[in-house]
Design a protein around this ligand. Structure first.
Ligand code: OOB
Length: 520
């Protein structure tokens, strides 16, 4: 319905483009229906089947997901950077009937075909592979007739399986229904100010929940806006795309924003078209938030605190500057219930830090297949694992993840607090603080620092002693000063580009032998 409606209103308008091709709304609707026909007639996919999809940021992805929706088949949203082990795991856990992708050197389809030929009930498992070099990459997977298969199902049916963002273990599968998701998409499009004149730039991995729905590709289709796929995340490519495509809305994770702010490309492109920069997925430090206008001029920063399980919070475009730099926004819906609780599960007062639990119109009540029941309370609230402070207006400020809190000899440290101070140092581009096991302290704190490009060029990268001195001078409590400081070129990241604190913890636990800064 979403795409049909947009095609009726905006048929001749451009819907989506990548570096190689573009489609109008009518072409996108027809193209996706011709793929849907092939999914049903040629590959025998049935309503309720699962199909793992893995695409880079390309037009074909949009055609494929609307084809799957039309056929009532549930896409399982793998990310482009997932390896064959991740893909195999997703295929098996969702008992997928198909894998859809576009050919690349990794040849995941070829590897999968070796290990899986049927679904658990003995039907053929299909790998459906687009040809990236063809004018129409999906040409081999279309029927002629561009009519709907009529199988899209009821609004309350599960529409797709999204992956949980958890950085521990394999992602859980999250079943979202058409109506719950579209409710959040429609509201997001409005809150983010998308309309038919908007141009939505896709820089983050295309199938992540942020890119899909906050306001995302689906918000853009709802608004009849234009989607521009950007195939790299470096400052030059992104800023150039903003300038040449007149992008109005862009979504990013904080490490990307930090890199763009620090790039010599900043200030070299005409980014006057940009009206909203949505930043979320992880905590944006205040000092970085304050620098956004320097990069994007008159664009409004919008903090987005969301989760694939449901709840999404936004700062509003007309919020005062302090709310925009200092909070992660408030929920989309007045019907979202947000509960902040102490260690005993008792609600705390506004202004007091606690664990965030939530229930609401578009938040799941259980994972697909019933995995991880401990993630939900008896009265149906989702335990987000996030520690927050809520103010009397209902705005939340994220303090950190439960699991990231450092317990140093009994003293509790919120890494985001230390990171927030570190990035106020002019020679520091980005910072990440983690806790690692320590015989004496229980846990000790370790700071990783990426120096600013100018500091590297000028030869004045701060050394660990200077960094610790800076933190002391800024008035931080002694126990909060990191025990170790490592200066690095880059951070390990998750598939969507968040800093992977798990990898950082692991690399301290097993330091490289030739690392001169490695702890003894
Ligand atoms: C988004 O979704 P997921 O499922 O990959 O990750 C959710 C988790 C949250 O529970 C929280 O720990 C963290 O990511 N997070 C933030 C944040 N936004 C997400 N932590 C601090 N500040 C923020 N602004 O990441 C996601 C889904 C929809 C929209 C935006 C992000």
């Amino acid at each position: 319905m979403l795409l049909e409606d947009a095609a009726q209103r905006r048929g001749a308008a451009e819907a989506v483009r990548d570096a190689r091709r573009s489609l109008t709304y009518t072409e996108l609707l027809d193209g996706s229906r011709r793929v849907a026909g092939a999914l049903v007639e040629r590959y025998g996919l049935r309503p309720g089947d699962r199909a793992v999809v893995q695409f880079p940021n390309v037009v074909d992805y949009v055609e494929v997901i609307f084809a799957l929706f039309d056929a009532g088949v549930l896409p399982v949203f793998a990310l482009a950077s997932h390896g064959i082990a991740d893909i195999t795991d997703l295929v098996e856990r969702s008992d997928a009937a198909a894998f859809l992708t576009v050919a690349d050197d990794r040849d995941h389809a070829g590897a999968l075909a070796q290990t899986r030929s049927t679904t658990s009930d003995g039907r053929t498992f299909h790998c459906i592979v687009g040809d990236p070099d063809a004018a129409d990459p999906l040409a081999a997977h279309r029927v002629d007739a561009a009519s709907s298969t009529g199988r899209s199902g009821a609004p309350s049916d599960i529409a797709f399986l999204q992956l949980s963002g958890g950085t521990t273990g394999a992602p859980k599968l999250i079943g979202r229904t058409h109506d719950d998701y579209l409710y959040s998409v429609r509201a997001s499009a409005e809150i983010c100010g998308l309309d038919a004149t908007s141009v939505f730039g896709v820089v983050l991995p295309v199938s992540h929940n942020f890119t899909m729905s906050s306001p995302g590709i689906l918000g853009a289709v709802h608004a009849g806006a234009r989607i521009v796929m950007v195939d790299a995340t470096d400052a030059r490519t992104v800023l150039d795309a903003v300038a040449t495509q007149r992008i109005t809305h862009l979504s990013a994770v904080p490490p990307l924003v930090a890199a763009w702010l620090d790039s010599p490309e900043a200030g070299r492109h005409d980014v006057s078209s940009l009206t909203v920069l949505g930043v979320g997925g992880a905590k944006l430090a205040r000092a970085q938030a304050q620098r956004v206008p320097g990069l994007f001029g008159s664009a409004t920063l919008q903090q987005v605190f969301g989760m694939a399980e449901g709840l999404v919070n936004y700062t509003r475009l007309d919020d005062d500057p302090e709310t925009i730099v200092g909070t992660q926004g408030r929920p989309i819906s007045p019907a979202d219930e947000v509960r902040v609780v102490d260690a005993d599960g008792q609600p705390v007062a506004d202004g007091v830090e606690g664990a965030l639990q939530t229930r609401g119109p578009y938040t799941i009540r259980n994972y697909w297949g019933g995995a991880s029941p401990e993630s939900f309370t008896e009265d149906g609230f989702y335990r987000t694992g996030d520690r927050v402070v809520r103010d009397e207006r209902g705005y939340v400020t994220v303090v950190g993840r439960d699991k990231d809190q450092i317990n140093r000899a009994g003293e509790k440290i919120a890494p985001a607090e230390i990171e927030g101070v570190l990035v106020t140092h002019p020679a520091i581009r980005d910072a990440s603080v983690v806790g690692v096991p320590d015989d004496r302290l229980g846990e000790r704190s370790v700071a990783y620092i990426i120096p600013a490009a100018a500091a590297v060029a000028g030869g004045d990268v701060p050394d660990p002693i200077a960094v610790r001195g800076f933190l002391r001078e800024s008035g931080l409590a002694r126990f909060k000063i990191p025990d170790d400081v490592f200066i690095v070129d880059d951070f390990p990241t998750t598939a969507v580009g968040k800093i992977s604190k798990n990898s950082q913890r692991a690399s301290v636990a097993t330091p490289a032998l030739d690392d001169p800064l490695a702890p003894e």
